[in-house]
Ligand binder design. Structure first.
Ligand SMILES: [Ca+2]
Length: 161
């Protein structure tokens, strides 16, 4: 019985160590991209933090489920507003694509940008406003404090709502 109690005590101590580990504080500054189902930062929300490598590559948004208990659905062709400010964490550079596997039209959303409505964006190399509403199917997120690879296929976001 005594051995059991000491094992339980050790387990409890280990649990406290996990819950209060400094890693929790460090994670607060992790670079993060944010996405919403509706325009104006409304409805379902997706937060995507960079991995320990300093980036996160999401080739197929149909595999990113909505984070809710009693619903189904995924993030493919759903995003209508987004932010690269980090939302209280650290900002990111974001590259969004209209096709899975980083295909179709690509737009580079620079760090510290809030796009309340992706239906009306002016981008480099295209002479008219474009809409990515409910069209984004893959994306890449990068920590701006690490080297961000060139994405020559992408149009830079110049102005937006
Ligand atoms: Ca939507």
């Amino acid at each position: 019985m005594r051995r059991l109690l000491s094992a339980l005590a050790a387990f409890a101590l280990a649990w406290v160590a996990i819950v209060t580990s400094p890693g929790t504080a460090a994670a607060a500054g992790t670079p993060r991209a944010q996405f919403w189902d509706a325009t104006g930062y409304q409805s379902w929300k997706l937060d995507k933090d960079v991995w320990s490598q300093g980036y996160a590559l999401i080739p197929d948004l149909s595999k990113e489920g909505l984070s809710c208990w009693f619903c189904s659905g995924n993030w493919d062709n759903r995003i209508s507003s987004l932010s690269t400010t980090g939302g209280g964490q650290s900002p990111v550079d974001l590259f969004v694509y209209t096709e899975k596997g980083y295909g179709g039209t690509c737009v580079h959303i620079p760090a510290n940008t809030q796009v309340s409505d992706v239906r009306d964006m002016i981008v480099s190399g295209i002479g008219y406003p474009i809409s990515l509403n409910n069209e984004i199917s893959s994306f890449m997120v990068y920590d701006i404090n690490r080297p961000v690879p060139d994405h020559p296929e992408c149009h830079l976001l110049l102005s937006h709502l």
